[in-house]
Design a protein. Structure first.
Ligand SMILES: *Cc1c(COP(=O)(O)O)cnc(C)c1O
Length: 382
């Protein structure tokens, strides 16, 4: 049944299951999936996604912050939860209370974390050339010293690939360089009889394009949601990933714009002839980029494309519906997803907005309900 809200996100559990099996089939031997469900599961809804993933047997997750980890635990997730990003000392208590695994990025942070006093599990984050977070791959002693800290138990070690999605010879060479640096370090620590625990380096692009780089976990984010960062990647990909998320909004009103009249802020839409326009109950506060204003973006209504006109507002968006008959308040517009034979990919929206798909979905707003579909949404009739 269509949802009653003004605008909402629908999750397709069949698409998710298909993506999981497609990705699982590409895992190197001994490697498991550790879905990245940070940023509210890339906007999909962290608790909804965690529920579906737990039901599918996934038992390891990564998030960006201790608060995100605590939220998952409170929602009943009992697998391993790795916090990839920074945690302030005032929040170390969350790590302990919710049994979260924290990444440690340098010697000072490791010492601070150990000084908290409670036993904590950690994964060592190694910088193999991305230069964002982590211990330098060139400097083994600070890493060795973490194993000696009283309250920290090292249960894993990882690095992040900066260029696994790149297709240039230098991007490919750099991905191999990062992997070589990482595995050399793992071997050296193990030759000192240090137990590195689970080691991991693959993200989505890593798993899809370099599965042989190995590891115990693949930290898949974007691919799991059936998305590619760009349209070009979707077109080039051999993997048939299916988008999990659709975005819908209700038509709030339909009216005729007479010749000479303008619509929306600054009357920015002034076509100079009679048109039919509709107001949709979704705006930039819901994550619909304002840069789609003025005919850049479009939506699907009754199976036809309608351009976004005028300026996208905080809570509303105008579309030109001339030529789409029998449109009424309460009708459903598709902003991302499939309607009949037509599809609006999140990748297309990202390209129109001048960004990547990851930013589009992760910025989808808190006002949108996230509902899990029981079955595909019935076709809408005019
Ligand atoms: C976000 C993130 C991932 C997931 O990346 P995708 O490209 O979405 O698969 C993996 N590892 C780290 C450290 C991350 O920050």
């Amino acid at each position: 049944m269509p949802h009653t809200n003004r605008a909402w996100i629908e999750l397709n559990p069949t698409a998710l299951a298909d993506n999981l099996s497609l990705l699982a089939a590409r895992l190197p031997a001994g490697c498991r999936l550790m879905p990245a469900i940070k940023a509210n599961a890339y906007g999909h809804g962290a608790t909804q996604m965690a529920g579906l993933l737990c039901a599918a047997g996934i038992d390891a997750f990564c998030v960006a912050s201790a608060e995100e980890g605590a939220q998952l635990r409170s929602a009943g997730v009992d697998g391993q939860i790795l916090v990839l990003g920074y945690t302030h000392p005032d929040q170390f208590c969350l790590l302990h209370q919710y049994s979260l695994t924290q990444s440690v990025v340098d010697a000072d942070f490791a010492a601070q974390l150990s000084a908290f006093g409670a036993p904590l599990c950690v994964h060592l984050c190694v910088d193999t050339g991305m230069h964002r977070l982590g211990f330098s791959w060139q400097d083994i002693d600070p890493l060795r010293q973490v194993f000696a800290l009283k309250n920290l138990q090292v249960t894993g070690m990882f690095t992040h690939l900066s260029s696994a999605d790149g297709t240039t010879p230098s991007a490919i060479a750099f991905t191999h360089t990062q992997s070589d640096r990482f595995w050399a370090l793992v071997r050296r620590l193990r030759s000192d009889d240090l137990n590195t625990g689970a080691v991991h380096l693959l993200n989505s692009a890593g798993l899809l394009r370099y599965p042989w780089l190995g590891g115990d976990f693949a930290r898949v984010g974007i691919a799991l949601y059936g998305l590619f960062s760009t349209e070009a990647e979707r077109n080039a990909a051999s993997a048939k990933l299916r988008p999990v998320l659709s975005l819908y909004a209700r038509v709030a009103s339909v009216r005729t714009l007479c010749a000479g009249e303008g619509a929306g802020y600054a009357l920015a839409y002034n076509p100079g002839e009679e048109r039919r326009i509709a107001a949709l109950s979704i705006g930039y506060a819901d994550g619909l980029p304002r840069s789609l204003s003025g005919g850049v973006g479009r939506v699907l209504l009754h199976g036809q494309f309608a351009p976004i006109v005028g300026r996208v507002c905080m809570d509303q968006t105008l579309v030109d519906v001339t030529g789409i008959p029998n449109l009424h308040p309460g009708d459903i517009a598709t902003l991302i997803g499939q309607e009949g034979t037509q599809t609006l990919h999140a990748e297309t929206l990202a390209s129109q907005a001048g960004t990547i798909t990851n930013e589009i979905v992760s910025c989808l707003g808190q006002r949108l309900d996230r509902v899990v579909a029981d079955c595909p949404r019935p076709a809408q009739t005019g």
